[in-house]
Write a protein that binds this ligand. Structure first.
Ligand SMILES: [Zn+2]
Length: 162
């Protein structure tokens, strides 16, 4: 029996997904592809400053797995900086953590990524477009996960907001 792909839990989707050195055309440069779970590892460890064990818990992977993902992420970013490559963030084996929100305008209930909510930007209501969804179910990561991974850009296919 084939083992199912391991999906790492990811809370954050970047709005900017391509970084490139100034003054060089993208078509002419090499890229490092940073997976979504690698970005999440960098974010948790190096931006939020969490302990490695906590990072692993958040992503629901073992510590060795987290360490591997983090090392790979750091190596790619370092190589891009040193060798003047672009960085493109896409793909991976992840599922997006979601939280249930309720629109204060039209009461529509929907799910949005945890990190978008936490950043205070709120999430746009898919029905009326208001940007202040409010969670309606305590502080849990609601309803499990908003799937998924595997596909490149899975997020964009499945999320109402664009
Ligand atoms: Zn609404």
């Amino acid at each position: 029996m084939p083992r199912p792909p391991k999906c790492r839990r990811v809370e954050f989707m970047p709005e900017v997904t391509v970084f490139k050195p100034a003054g060089v055309r993208l078509a002419e440069m090499e890229e490092e592809i940073l997976l979504l779970e690698e970005l999440e590892a960098l974010r948790l460890k190096d931006v939020e400053g969490l302990e490695q064990e906590e990072c692993a818990d958040r992503m629901q992977v073992s510590r060795p797995t987290f360490q591997r993902v983090l090392s790979s992420a750091r190596e790619k970013v370092a190589r891009a900086l040193v060798e003047g490559k672009a960085i493109r963030i896409e793909g991976g084996s992840y599922r997006l953590a979601a939280r249930k929100l309720r629109c204060e305008d039209c009461s529509y209930e929907f799910e949005a990524p945890v990190a978008m909510y936490r950043q205070g930007a709120g999430a746009a209501c898919p029905r009326c477009g208001a940007r202040h969804g409010r969670r309606n179910d305590g502080d849990q990561t609601a309803g499990g996960m908003m799937h998924h991974g595997r596909s490149r850009r899975g997020w964009k296919n499945t999320e109402g907001e664009e």
